[in-house]
Design a protein around this ligand. Structure first.
Ligand code: ADP
Ligand code: ZN
Ligand code: ZN
Length: 740
C-alpha cells in the first residue's frame, strides 16, 4: 500500500503541515507529486481538495487510522501542482527543506486586500435621459443634472470619478439606481507597479542576421520543437530586438513569456522598453514591490491579463498557465544564483520549468557562462552569434598596461603614466571618464607588485588566502603555508595584499586631477533608496567628469559622452580563491570596456594589470570570447571543474567549535565511503568564524551529476539521523558561485 503526504492549504503559514492518506489502488498510477486530490478531512469528513507533496510506503501514522483519498482530480494541470513538482525538483537538485523549496516557487499568499472599483452604467436610452435632465433643470437639481449630463456623454463612469470629480453624493447615486437610470457594477482593480503610460515605439526593421535568428527559432517553435538557444552577441549588437521579435510571435500565438534580468537595478529601463513595444499586457515582479502589488501581479498572470512578465529570479515563478518561452538576458551573471537555500540557479530552474510546460528557452549574453557555451558546443543548446554592433558605434580600442613596469619606473601611483595622460586629455576635451575597480571576491590574496607572482594552491590551482594567523590557505582543500615575506619568485619585498577600495581611489583621483568633478558609486554611496539612479542620472547630465565605481557602473546605462574607461587593477578578480576567477575577470573586462564610446564618439579602454599575459586579459583586449573559452575549458577539463564535473559544497555551521570539527570529519568520512578521493576537505571556511559561529566546508567533485545527487541525498539522510548533527546547520550548495 502506498501513502501520500497531502498539503491541504497552500499558504505561507503552514507549508510544512501535511496529512497522510492512503492511495486507493485504482488511482496509484495517477498519484504523483503535485497531483490534486479530493480527501475526507476532519472529524466530519468534509470533502476538500489538496495536493500530493510526497509518496511513501512507510507512513508515520498507524495504517489502520489512515483515511483514503476519495479520488484524484484529473481535469488539467493546476498551477499549484506544477509548482509543487518544480519545488520537489529544486529540493533534490540543490538540497534544502521542502518548506524552503515551496516558499521559493509558490506565490505569496499573504492576506492582502483585493482592490475593487465600482462603475455606474447608464441603463436607459438617451431620449429618456434627456427627459430626466429637463426635469432636473426645472426642479433645480443641479447635482443630479451634472451626473445625468455626464452619463449622456459616457455610458459608463467610475463611482470614484462621480464622487470626486463631479462632486456627486452617494445619496444621489442611490437615487439614480432607484429610478432605474443606472446600475452599479464592480470590477477587480489590480495594483499596477508600472506607473507611466508611454506611446508605442516605431517598429525597427531587423537586420538579415537578426531576422534569421528569430526565424529559425520561430520555425522550430511552430513545428512543435522546444529547444534551448544561446545568443552570443556583444552589447549593442541587437539581441534585445531579436528577443522582442520572437516574444511578439509567441504572444500572438496565445502563449506567455517570462523575461529574466539579472538585477532589480536594471528593471526600470527594461520595463520601459517592453512597455513601449508591448503596451499594457506587460508587468514586473521583484522583491521591492509591496505585498499587495506582488499579489496582484500573480493574480493578473493567472487571470490571463498578462502576456509578459519581467524581473529578476523571482519572476521565474510567475503562474502563467500557457508558458511558451523563458528568456534570460545576461545569462552569465552570478546574481542568477540564489544566495539563500535552496541555492538554485535560475538558468537551471528555467530549463526545468520549460521542460515541464513545454516551453523554449533563450539565453543571451555578450560573454556567455562557460557552462552554457560548453553546452552549446556539445550541441545541447543551439548557438547563434551576433558579432557586430548595430549602427555607427564601434568596439573601443583597448590597451593593456603592465603595472610591474610602472613600479620599475618608480611610479607608485594607482594610475599608470598612460592612463593619467589619457584622463588629462579627456578632461581637457570635456569628455567623460569611467574608472572601474574590481573589488568582489579577491579579499585576502597577496601578490608581488614587482613580478605579479601570486601564491596558489598546488592541488587546486586557486589562489591562497591570507589569514590573520600569518598563514596562507586554500579554501577548497585546506592546504596552508606560512605567509612569505619576500616574493618566492623574484625575491622582491613588495609582496602584500592589495588593499585599495573605491574610496581610496577617489582620494587619489582628487589629488591627481584637482580640477575634475568626481562621483563615486559603491555600496556606501548607493545604500539609500534611489541613490543608484541619482548618481547615474547626474553623470548622464554631465555634472561630473569622472565616475568611479565597482561592477555597478559596468551595466545597463548608456553614457553618450564617455570616451575613456580605465580598469584600475583588472586582475584582482583573477586571484579570487575560486575556479571561476578567470571567467569573471574576462566577463567584467568585456562589460566595462564596452561602456566606452557607445554612440558616435569612438571610445578607448585602458586595462591596468600585473598579469598582462594572462589569457583572460589578452582575450579581453581582443574582445575574443572564443579564445578565452578555449583556454578556460582546457583548465576546467584538467581539474574536472564545472561544466566538466560538478562541485558540491557542504557548509557546516555551529556555535560549538569542537562539535562542528567532529561533525565535519564524520561527514567527510561518510562521503568518502561513497566517492573516495573525490571528497576534498574538511577545511575552515574563508570566514571561519562568522557571527560567533564556526564554519567548516567540504567539497565533493564528481563528473556524473546523478551520482553526486545520490551522494547528496545519502548525506542529507546521514545528517538527519546522526546525533552529532543536532546542533549543527548543514547547507548544500551545488556548483557554488562563491567560496565558503
Ligand atoms: P543588445 O541587446 O545586444 O545590447 P539592442 O537590441 O539593445 O542590443 O540594440 C542596441 C541598439 O540598437 C538599440 O538602441 C536598438 O534599438 C538598436 N537596434 C537594434 N537592432 C536594430 C535594427 N535592426 N535597426 C535599427 N536599430 C536597431
Ligand atoms: Zn615577485
Ligand atoms: Zn587546494
Amino acid at each position: 500500500m502506498k501513502y501520500a503526504k497531502i498539503i491541504v492549504n497552500i499558504s505561507h503559514e503552514n507549508l510544512d503541515k501535511t496529512y497522510e492518506y492512503a492511495i486507493p489502488e485504482e488511482w496509484e498510477t495517477y498519484a504523483v507529486i503535485g497531483a490534486q486530490v479530493l480527501i475526507p478531512f476532519g472529524a466530519r469528513n468534509r470533502q476538500i481538495k489538496g495536493f500530493i507533496l510526497g509518496i511513501t510506503r512507510n507512513p508515520e501514522f498507524p495504517p489502520e487510522r489512515i483515511k483514503s483519498i476519495i479520488k484524484l482530480i484529473m481535469d488539467g494541470t493546476v498551477i499549484e501542482g506544477h509548482f509543487i513538482q518544480l519545488a520537489t525538483w529544486i529540493r533534490t537538485q540543490y538540497g534544502s527543506t521542502m518548506n524552503d523549496a515551496l516558499r521559493t516557487v509558490l506565490p505569496v499568499k499573504k492576506t492582502v486586500k483585493e482592490q475593487k472599483e465600482q462603475y455606474l452604467h447608464r441603463i436607459i436610452d438617451r431620449e429618456r435621459l434627456f427627459e430626466y435632465m429637463e426635469e432636473c433643470e426645472r426642479k433645480h437639481y443641479t447635482a443630479r443634472y451634472r451626473l445625468a449630463a455626464t452619463l449622456e456623454e459616457q455610458e459608463v463612469i467610475s463611482y470614484k470619478e462621480a464622487l470626486e470629480e463631479l462632486n456627486i453624493s452617494r445619496d444621489v447615486i442611490r437615487k439614480f439606481v432607484d429610478l432605474g437610470i443606472i446600475s452599479i457594477s464592480s470590477r477587480r482593480q489590480y495594483r499596477n507597479p508600472i506607473k507611466e503610460q508611454m506611446q508605442i515605439e516605431k517598429k525597427i526593421i531587423l537586420t538579415p542576421k537578426q531576422q534569421q535568428i528569430s526565424d529559425e527559432i520561430w520555425q522550430e517553435y511552430q513545428s512543435g520543437i522546444r529547444n534551448t538557444y544561446l545568443i552570443r552577441g556583444v552589447t549593442g549588437s541587437g539581441k534585445t530586438e531579436v528577443y522582442f521579435d520572437i516574444i511578439e510571435r509567441v504572444v500572438k500565438d496565445g502563449k506567455q513569456v517570462i523575461f529574466l534580468i539579472p538585477e532589480i537595478a536594471l528593471t526600470v529601463a527594461m520595463v520601459e522598453r517592453f512597455h513601449q513595444r508591448f503596451g499594457e499586457r506587460v508587468s514586473v515582479l521583484h522583491s521591492k514591490l509591496s505585498d499587495g502589488e506582488r499579489f496582484d501581479q500573480y493574480e493578473r498572470a493567472k487571470a490571463g491579463e498578462l502576456d509578459i512578465m519581467i524581473g529578476p529570479r523571482l519572476a521565474l515563478f510567475t503562474p502563467f498557465l500557457e508558458l511558451g518561452l523563458i528568456l534570460l538576458d545576461e545569462e552569465h551573471e552570478p546574481s542568477y544564483k540564489s544566495e539563500a537555500p535552496p541555492k538554485y540557479h535560475a538558468r537551471e530552474v528555467a530549463l526545468q520549468r520549460a521542460k515541464m510546460c513545454n516551453a523554449s528557452v533563450i539565453l543571451g549574453s555578450a560573454t556567455p557562462s562557460v557552462e552554457s557555451y560548453y553546452k552549446a558546443q556539445c550541441g545541447e543548446y543551439k548557438l547563434f552569434t551576433l558579432n557586430e554592433r548595430v549602427g555607427e558605434s564601434r568596439i573601443p580600442d583597448i590597451s593593456i598596461v603592465d603595472l610591474r613596469k610602472e613600479l620599475k619606473a618608480r611610479n607608485f601611483s594607482i594610475f599608470s603614466r598612460s592612463l593619467r595622460e589619457k584622463i588629462q586629455e579627456r578632461l581637457e576635451r570635456k569628455e567623460q571618464i569611467l574608472l572601474f575597480l574590481n573589488r568582489r571576491g579577491y579579499a585576502g590574496f597577496i601578490s608581488c607588485r614587482q613580478c605579479g607572482f601570486v601564491l596558489e594552491c598546488p592541488h587546486c590551482q586557486v589562489s591562497l588566502t591570507e589569514h590573520n594567523n600569518g598563514k596562507m590557505m586554500c579554501h577548497y582543500c585546506g592546504y596552508e603555508i606560512i605567509k612569505p615575506s619576500i616574493c618566492p619568485s623574484c625575491g622582491s619585498k613588495y609582496i602584500a595584499s592589495f588593499g585599495t577600495g573605491t574610496q581610496k581611489v577617489e582620494e587619489y583621483a582628487r589629488k591627481e586631477f584637482p580640477n575634475a568633478k568626481i562621483l563615486r558609486m559603491d555600496r556606501d554611496t548607493t545604500s539609500r533608496k534611489g541613490a543608484y539612479e541619482e548618481i547615474l542620472k547626474a553623470f548622464e547630465r554631465q555634472e561630473a567628469d569622472i565616475l568611479i565605481g565597482t561592477q555597478m557602473i559596468g551595466k545597463g546605462h548608456d553614457f553618450n559622452n564617455v570616451t575613456l574607461v580605465g580598469a584600475l587593477a583588472a586582475d584582482l578578480s583573477l586571484f579570487a580563491n575560486d575556479y571561476r576567477a578567470s571567467e569573471r575577470t574576462f566577463q567584467l573586462l568585456c562589460q566595462v570596456a564596452g561602456r566606452a564610446g557607445r554612440r558616435e564618439r569612438h571610445g578607448e579602454a585602458v586595462i591596468q594589470t600585473y598579469q598582462p599575459e594572462h589569457y583572460s586579459i589578452t582575450a579581453a583586449k581582443k574582445q575574443d570570447y572564443e579564445e578565452f573559452y578555449q583556454q578556460e575549458i582546457t583548465y576546467r577539463k584538467m581539474l574536472q571543474y564545472p561544466p566538466l564535473g560538478h562541485l558540491l559544497a557542504i557548509l557546516l555551521v555551529s556555535l560549538d567549535e569542537k562539535q562542528v570539527e567532529k561533525a565535519s570529519i564524520l561527514l567527510t568520512e561518510a562521503a568518502k565511503e561513497k566517492m573516495g578521493e573525490k571528497v576534498i576537505g574538511p577545511a575552515n571556511a574563508y570566514h571561519y568564524r562568522l557571527k560567533d559561529r564556526y564554519r567548516k566546508v567540504i567539497y565533493l567533485k564528481e563528473s556524473d551529476l546523478e551520482v553526486l545527487l545520490e551522494v547528496k541525498n545519502y548525506l542529507e539522510g546521514f545528517v538527519d539521523y546522526s546525533n552529532y548533527f543536532q546542533k549543527i546547520n548543514v547547507y548544500f550548495d551545488r556548483n557554488p558561485l562563491t567560496m565558503y
